[in-house]
Design a protein around this ligand. Structure first.
Ligand code: SD4
Length: 327
């Protein structure tokens, strides 16, 4: 069984599995609602829901939610336990954006388990919106975050195994990309609409496994991995970040919703643009998925290839949604 399906079935706790119904690829929840990339993130949504269901703000909800996979050593695509770059270094990317257009991100940051919390520090406590590498680490340490080794034994041994055959070549060949996303990619993108009608989002990843040191994908780039416009809605992306950046994916999805498309149609239009740029043959070997909500509480998703899932949490409880896809 492919790991993606395996994760989808088993990473849910027993209780969650009982609760999580399989929903339609688009729906209307009203307020509040929270959605995330990938089925295992029903657990992250549940944490966000605690905030939303007690009248809390969307920005606090997505912050709390994204911290769940960041702390989970078994999630090898986010935070602690993330697969390292080709030099064996775990480098993390994250961003957060609120309903007033405030935003913050950290990129290629090492040693801090919760990059989303540092992104929030960038947003709230600095005059900047993006801080990278050692600067991000320095900011985190100045704000009392603990420096920790984030490379687990499991991720280290997978990296060493990869080194045996990979010849230090970054994972960029089209043949490898689809398989590697199925195996390793689980970026969390989360967007929420709170009971006051405000929208926020957050995104966190360890990026592409075995990437070149210093590589940054879409996830911490506002407009690419995440975008929020409180008048319209919000979107987030997962998958091969290089392709998402090329079309400024999440911003594109929000602009499509502004023009009247449903969340699912808007996500599909972003995927269509990527397919057009790459051509069918290359696009078939890439995976990218988008999720979106609009101001009315409608949600939807769409992916390049099969196997993408979205986790939704509403007043009716958790749901896992299998995304439609281009191929
Ligand atoms: C990246 N978009 O760094 C991230 C990786 C990812 O599912 O989404 N994994 O390109």
């Amino acid at each position: 069984m492919k790991r993606r399906k395996f994760l989808g079935l088993t990473a849910l706790t027993g209780q969650m599995m009982l609760l999580a119904k399989h929903g339609k690829a688009q729906g209307k929840a009203g307020v509040p609602v929270v959605i995330s990339t990938w089925s295992p993130n029903v657990k992250a949504n549940a944490e966000a829901w605690k905030v939303l269901s007690t009248g809390g703000n969307a920005v606090d909800a997505v912050h709390q939610g994204v911290m769940v996979p960041e702390a989970d050593p078994n999630d090898q695509s986010v935070g602690y336990g993330g697969l390292p770059d080709r030099d064996g270094r775990v480098t993390l990317d994250a961003c957060i954006m609120d309903h007033e257009g405030n935003c913050g991100s950290v990129m290629a940051m090492e040693y801090i388990k919760h990059p989303i919390s540092v992104a929030r520090v960038v947003m709230e406590k600095t005059p900047h919106v993006q801080i990278v590498g050692d600067g991000a680490l320095q900011l985190a340490l100045e704000h009392g975050f603990k420096k920790e080794n984030l490379l687990t034994e499991k991720s280290e041994s997978m990296w060493k195994e990869w080194l045996k055959t990979a010849k230090y070549s970054p994972m960029t060949t089209v043949e490898n990309i689809l398989e590697n996303i199925k195996e390793h990619h689980d970026t969390i993108g989360m967007v929420a609409l709170d009971s006051k009608g405000n929208i926020s989002g957050a995104c966190s990843t360890s990026g592409m496994a075995y990437k070149m040191h210093g590589r940054v994908g879409d996830s911490p780039i506002i407009g690419a991995g995440l975008f929020v416009d409180n008048e319209i809605g919000a979107a987030s992306a997962t998958g091969v970040g290089e392709e998402v950046v090329r079309i400024v994916g999440s911003h594109t999805v929000v602009e499509m919703m502004r023009q009247g498309k449903s969340p699912e149609e808007a996500c599909k239009e972003a995927v269509r643009r990527m397919v057009k740029l790459k051509g069918d043959e290359k696009a078939k070997n890439l995976q990218i998925g988008f999720i979106a909500i609009n101001k009315a509480g409608e949600y939807g998703c769409f992916a390049m290839n099969n196997d993408f899932t979205m986790a939704v949490h509403t007043k009716d409880g958790p749901q896992v949604i299998k995304s439609k896809s281009w191929f």
